[in-house]
Each structure stands twice: as C-alpha cells, then as structure tokens.
Design a protein around this ligand. Structure first.
Ligand code: KG4
Ligand code: ZN
Length: 362
C-alpha cells in the first residue's frame, strides 16, 4: 500500500510518501518522497515558535510540499491508499492545519485517515537508515522491553514498552522540556533560535579547549532531581540558575559564554543519562530508543554509549539518523502504518470528528 503522512505539530511542515509491503517476518518500507519545509528563519526573530505564524505558514506550505512529494514519487494522489496525520501532541493551531488538510484530501479522494501520535512517531524514527530508501521494521518481541527517552522542545519523558503498542510513561519533566531549556539558555547567552544546536557548537569548542589547556572549572550549575526517587525531571531551576550566574558575572565574555553553555549541557545531560541508566537497570531493558530534537546532541550520544559500557549493561542503544532527530513525516508514516494495521483508522473524517490535541499522551 501507499501511505501519505502529514506532520505539522510545531514549526516544520512535513510530508512523506511511502510504499509498504508485509513480508513473512517484517514490514518493508520504501521511501517514495520525503520533504520537510522548515520555518526556523521566520520564528527566529521571535526567539521561539510563534503559533499563529506557524499556522499561517503550514497552511501556505502544505499544498506546495505535497506537490513536491508527489512529483518526487512520480505518483498521483489517486494512487494513495491511506493518510496518516499527526493529531497531537503539539501546538494546536499548527496541528489543525495538518488535520484540515488531511480532511480535504479525504473529501476529494476518499482516502482513509489514520490519526497519529507525534511521540509514537519519534519512537519509530530509529528505523529508517541514513541515505537508504528502503528499510524494514520488525516488531520483534526479542527487542522487549524497550525504554524510550523522548527529548524535544515540548517533551522530556521516559517511556517503557513491555509489549508492542503499549506505552507506559514512567517519568517526565515537571516543568520545562529539556529542548526548551536549551533554547532559553541559548537566548540568555545571545544565541539564535533554536538554541540546542548553537549550545552544542559552543560546548564542542569549550571541550576541546579544556582538554588542551586543562582549564579549571569556574562555573557550576545544579543537577536538578538527579537523585530523586522517581524518573521525573525538572529543567526550570537549571535555567534560572543560568540566569543568576549571568546576572552575577560582571561581563558576559566569549569565554564565560562557552563555560556556561558547557556546564549547562553537562548538567542537563548528566541528569537525563543518570535516570535513563537507572530505569534500564530496574526494568532490565534490552533496547534503548532515544528520539526527538535533542537526540541530535552529539555529547548526549557519546556519553550515553560510554555510561552504558561503564555500567556493563547489555542494552542496544538506538538513536535516529541525524535528519530524523527533529520533526519529520517519515516517522509519522511508520507509526501511522502500525495504527492502520491495528484497524485504528477511519474511512471518512466525519465519522471520527478529528480533533487536534495539544496534550495527547502516548
Ligand atoms: O523534536 P523537535 O524537532 O521539535 C519538537 O517536537 O519540539 O525538537 C526541537 C528541539 C529544540 O528545542 C532544539 O533546540 C532541540 O530540539 N535541539 C537540540 C539539538 N538539536 C536540536 N538540543 C540539544 N542539542 C542539539 N544538538
Ligand atoms: Zn517532535
């Protein structure tokens, strides 16, 4: 079957078209078209995503992105068998644009709609491989239990998967998401939006300098909730600690900026990894899936592998390929297809009364 996926939960207008075949042991996906139109440049001047602007841009971009994808795939809309669309979580005005667009396509071509969860998409984002048009997904029970660390601009959560399609959130942030904290700290340091990659760049420079010159550590920040008796997180206090550090410094020089960025990244990642390792041990996890925008962080990837080795854990670590760490529609296609297989779809949007849900949980 041919499945079209639409993702508009935040500031990326994304559409993918895949061809899916069921084999004896696995499901094979062929990417026919995959496009992401980013609005970063527009939102940059606001220092974050501006929902009504995102809505306007999605509405404008969706038909253009669809046209591009269909052209790339050399396929007409009539040949598409199902449409997966993100219904949440995310920014509701943005989500609505994707839903309305899917409804219009349903009306025009009578193609069934699969309401899809954005976070489930991030979990499935580890399957497509770098530079390859074909990939297989095997929902193998040998992989279970799986632990998923989902880290993005809106979410920070640990999800336990003991059986496929059943998700148990064992911990989450009590305030800011980790990506949000990266973005806010970057803003305090005068860096552009989105802050995650900017902080990453600065810290890489700083880490090189430290290993060369053995500079002493001048700035220390807290590791909030590291030793709390649960799997929850908190990043708002860390962000405030950065604010006070900047206030107490007489001048923010390039050097202090680099040091703050590095200490912030150290602190945030230390807590994420500490709790992830603790959960891997407690639940005897066989696979770790890290997903969401912050999973692009190289330091997180490096230290996660290192700590897993150090703790002698027999767990396979799965990060998405770089282009799929952030929001994309390919992950929605994969997650959506399995919903379809479980009969979770509707022939007409009218019978489902599709609704955006900004806080939709797994
Ligand atoms: O998943 P995503 O693209 O959108 C949401 O669903 O939120 O995640 C975006 C977040 C932003 O906060 C961005 O700053 C962060 O991911 N991010 C990073 C890195 N690249 C993107 N955070 C830390 N290090 C990075 N290299
Ligand atoms: Zn996301």
């Amino acid at each position: 079957m041919k499945l079209l996926a639409i993702e508009t939960s935040c500031d990326d207008t994304a559409i993918a078209l895949v061809e899916i075949k069921e084999n004896k042991k696995s499901t094979s996906f062929k990417i026919l078209g995959n496009e992401v139109s980013s609005q970063i440049e527009l939102h940059r001047e606001f220092g974050g995503v501006y929902p009504s602007l995102a809505k306007r841009e999605h509405t404008k971009n969706l038909p253009l992105v669809l046209e591009k994808v269909l052209k790339e795939a050399k396929i007409k809309m009539e040949k598409v068998n199902a449409i997966a669309v993100t219904i949440g979580p995310g920014l509701e005005p943005a989500l609505w644009t994707g839903i309305t667009f899917a409804e219009e396509l349903n009306k025009k071509y009578t193609i069934p709609i699969i309401p899809t969860n954005h976070m489930e998409g991030h979990i499935f984002s580890i399957f497509p491989q770098k530079g390859k048009k074909n990939f297989n997904v095997k929902k193998d029970n040998q992989m279970l239990p799986i632990l998923s660390l989902l880290v993005s601009g809106g979410h920070t959560e640990l999800v336990l998967i003991k059986s496929w399609d059943k998700y148990k959130k064992i911990g989450q942030t009590r305030d800011d998401a980790v990506g949000e904290a990266f973005d806010k700290v970057a803003r305090m340091l005068g860096l552009p939006y989105p802050g995650g990659p900017e902080i990453s760049k600065l810290t890489e420079e700083e880490r090189k300098k430290i290993s060369k010159n053995k500079l002493s550590k001048l700035i220390t920040l807290p590791r909030p909730m590291k030793y709390s008796n649960d799997y929850d997180f908190s990043f708002s206090g860390l962000k405030t600690a950065v604010l006070y550090t900047i206030r107490d410094l007489k001048k923010l020089t390039d050097r202090t900026k680099r040091q703050i960025a590095k200490e912030f990244e150290d602190a945030a990642i230390e807590v994420l990894i500490y709790k992830t390792i603790k959960a891997i041990k407690e639940y005897k996890v066989k696979n770790l899936i890290v997903g969401g925008g912050v999973s692009a962080n190289k330091y997180l990837q490096k230290v996660m592998e290192k700590e897993i080795k150090k703790n002698k854990l027999k767990v396979k670590v799965n990060f998405p390929t770089k282009s799929l760490t952030g929001d994309n529609a390919l992950m929605i296609a994969v997650a959506g297809y399995f919903q379809y297989k479980n009969n979770k779809f509707v022939k007409s949007y009218k019978s489902l009364k599709l609704k955006a849900n900004g806080n939709l949980s797994l």
